[in-house]
Design a binder for this molecule. Sequence first.
Ligand SMILES: Cc1cc2nc3c(=O)[nH]c(=O)nc-3n(C[C@H](O)[C@H](O)[C@H](O)COP(=O)(O)OP(=O)(O)OC[C@H]3O[C@@H](n4cnc5c(N)ncnc54)[C@H](O)[C@@H]3O)c2cc1C
Length: 467
Amino acid sequence: MGRVIVVGAGLVGALLSILLSKRGCEVEVFERLPDLRQSNVVNGRAINLTLCQRGYSALDCAGVGDIVRGLSVPVYGRMIHSVKGDLTFQPYGENREAIYSIMRNDLNRALLDYAELQCGVNFRFREKCLDVDLSGISVQMTNSGSGLTTQHTGDRVFGADGAHSVVRQHLQRASRFDYVQRYWEQGYKELSVPANAGHAWTEHRNALHLWPRRDYMLIGFPNLDGSFTCSLHLPYEGNSSFASITTSDALIDFFNGSFPDAVEAMPSLVEDFFSSQPSSMLTIKCSPWTHGNKLALVGDAVHSILPSYGQGANAGFEDCEVIYHCMEEYGDDWGRIFQEYESRRRPNTDAIADLCIEHFSELRDRVGDPKFILRKEIERKLTSACPELYQDLYYMITFTPIPYAEALRRNQAQTAIVDQILDNYNLSAHTTTVEGTNLIDKLIQERLAETRLSAKKLASTLSPLHH
Ligand SMILES: Cc1cc2nc3c(=O)[nH]c(=O)nc-3n(C[C@H](O)[C@H](O)[C@H](O)COP(=O)(O)OP(=O)(O)OC[C@H]3O[C@@H](n4cnc5c(N)ncnc54)[C@H](O)[C@@H]3O)c2cc1C
């Protein structure tokens, strides 16, 4: 299958190298940073991420799924923290469905080890790609240790060099290349909660902790050692923003007012907050993703998305799995492989990019809102009553392999079902009190038959689910 150069040994580049070598390619990977297995370098991205069924499908295809499972914490739902410190658990599903929280470097290390030791992939660290010759096809690298610049030729090049991809920048100069980029209005900083922080909420280790506060939010990811990594999402400017919090006192006041139970578990809050600049998040869509039968982009290099659904790496892993299956189907017809890869993936990553923007506002503004909770409750009941007809959007994205664009299409039809129930029974008057929840439960139980009927009627316009 020839000699393949991969630029970038992040999560997607490392997984791709395994799958390419399993299909018989000789793979060489160039990474601008030192080997993180020796230097524990953090490349400026989120420390933690969550993997779901899509990511694991690709990891299993590569043979590393079980290794990665052993490094992650299962998370069965969201634990919502009110300002008063009340906790409400929202399970992801009825059957202990879980996403998996993992440290980025643990995942990357496992992939690098497997690629190198089990698949014979050749990694070249501290090699930064400067230039790509699209006619060749060759890449120019500069070594950050020696300063030497070298040229490397392969049969094919994959750009897995992240959102600010140099490989993509070279494609961008080709004619008729479309490119859209949009920064999110908020940034984030990471804050740590040590193991044994001694606060009651930290005992809930198998949950994603959320402090939604309308204009900003805090998210806590559990780690294997009992610690949590929290991600504070704030506007850059304005009230309660990164610009407005400039002193330790202002920071503590802000946390005491907004996240009082979190601050108690964060002994290094001031140091964590002031030791770094806020990181930005952006959406990138572009096309084409490939150049003839010579070059393709994968992962964030070609579809950077907001992290609201926790899908960026999962989607990048799906890219790799699709490339693998296209190689199975089309042998060494790389023109066809690249064509199929792009046509199977681009409509889906465009769809998840849009959904992530929408969901970010939902997480921040609405997750603690009684109407939103009610809606989720109805969706949960519908999923449980008619799972073959109804699955909510988060469920389809996170716990099924349904392509993102198809999930979006089904959700548009399904939203009408919930709207109908809300309109019919005027449930939105009820709040999150125990009485309210019981009443909602009772009403939904009473109307279950009717719900089934209306769900069935509306669902008759939907195609059957994949499984
Ligand atoms: C706050 C936040 C939370 C997130 N949470 C989740 C989550 O829960 N679940 C999820 O699935 N995704 C999540 N993501 C998204 C996920 O981090 C990315 O989608 C994923 O890292 C993409 O992997 P990648 O390998 O394509 O790119 P990257 O991780 O950016 O890796 C690119 C690699 O290329 C190297 N490189 C760059 N330029 C060059 C060059 N010129 N020459 C050589 N090498 C180069 C870089 O050093 C890096 O190692 C989150 C992202 C953010 C910002």
